[in-house]
Ligand binder design. Sequence first.
Ligand code: PPS
Ligand code: MG
Ligand code: MG
Ligand code: MG
Length: 333
Amino acid sequence: MLQSSAYLAAEKKVAIAAVLTASRLCQSVFKTLVSSETVLKGDKSPVTVADFAAQSLVNRALQRHFPNDAIVGEEDAADLHADPALRDRVLALVNANSGEAAVTGQEMCNFIDLGSSAGGSVGRFWTLDPIDGTKGFLRGEQYAVCLALIVDGKVELGVLGCPNLPVDLSKPDGERGSLFVATRNGGAYQRSFSSEILHKIHTTNADKASNTKFCESVEAGHSSQSDAANVAGLLGITQQSIRMDSQCKYGILSRGDAGIYLRLPVSDTYEEKIWDHAGGSLIVEESGGVVTDIEGMPLDFGVGRTLKNNKGVVAAGKLIHTEVMEAVNYLLE
Ligand SMILES: Nc1ncnc2c1ncn2[C@@H]1O[C@H](COP(=O)(O)OS(=O)(=O)O)[C@@H](OP(=O)(O)O)[C@H]1O
Ligand SMILES: [Mg+2]
Ligand SMILES: [Mg+2]
Ligand SMILES: [Mg+2]
């Protein structure tokens, strides 16, 4: 049943505004970023001053408008407590970009650490990836500010801000800055950063996988590109894959630029993080697509900070998802 447009209207408004503010902060940081402003986390992945600042800004907005909601955010402030110079640089960014009263370093760290919730299957919580695709951000390529609201284990609202994504992929030199938004049973929409007008979007209506392109991670360590090439070969796909960092992949799938998103595990032990998939998966479903893991199971967002019940992701237009799953099953069993 179609939801009324009033469903989660306040949450949607706050989430879009927060994602746009954080996205614009990332755009301005990119112009001035120096290598000393990036630190490597325990798992050797990068985090920049922009990731911390964006998480602080979004969490502050969520706390002000929805003080009872928990937040599951990717980052925490431990690195900032350990490095006062880094903390001061992030603080300057936060205070220059929030458009609100200045906060102290401690207050900013407290906002970041609001993201430490455990998630789970009961009640409401937000999940935030302040910069998804940090490596793409550092390369000047694709990244996304990703925010979603999860209620009783189900994603009900998703917003993706994609600062470098062309509004129309066939016009790579045209306007950049695409925002995607969906509410459950309310459809999926795109707008540019510069205009509030929402356009309804749809996944591909192709009924044969061979008539589509697939997209996958840039980093071979995040998704097996060799397995994906074999799946594509079996499906008779001849067009080159679109390699793109971040949940922008869910965005281009939602508007039909790609027909399939393959995220095929490279490791038996890695658990996908909920903030890497929550918003994008709802946006794909609401634009008419199907999202499962490599065994055909729905993604389970109600079991904590990770998708520990799932392995990988296979997302595609409704008419080709079964065909894609047959190829994935055949090759990965
Ligand atoms: N081993 C492994 N397997 C799968 N995924 C992993 C792995 N390690 C990291 N990550 C997460 O991948 C997030 C980046 O998204 P993508 O992999 O889609 O993009 S890309 O790899 O940067 O092209 C990236 O998100 P950010 O850290 O927010 O950039 C990680 O959470
Ligand atoms: Mg990261
Ligand atoms: Mg991420
Ligand atoms: Mg991130």
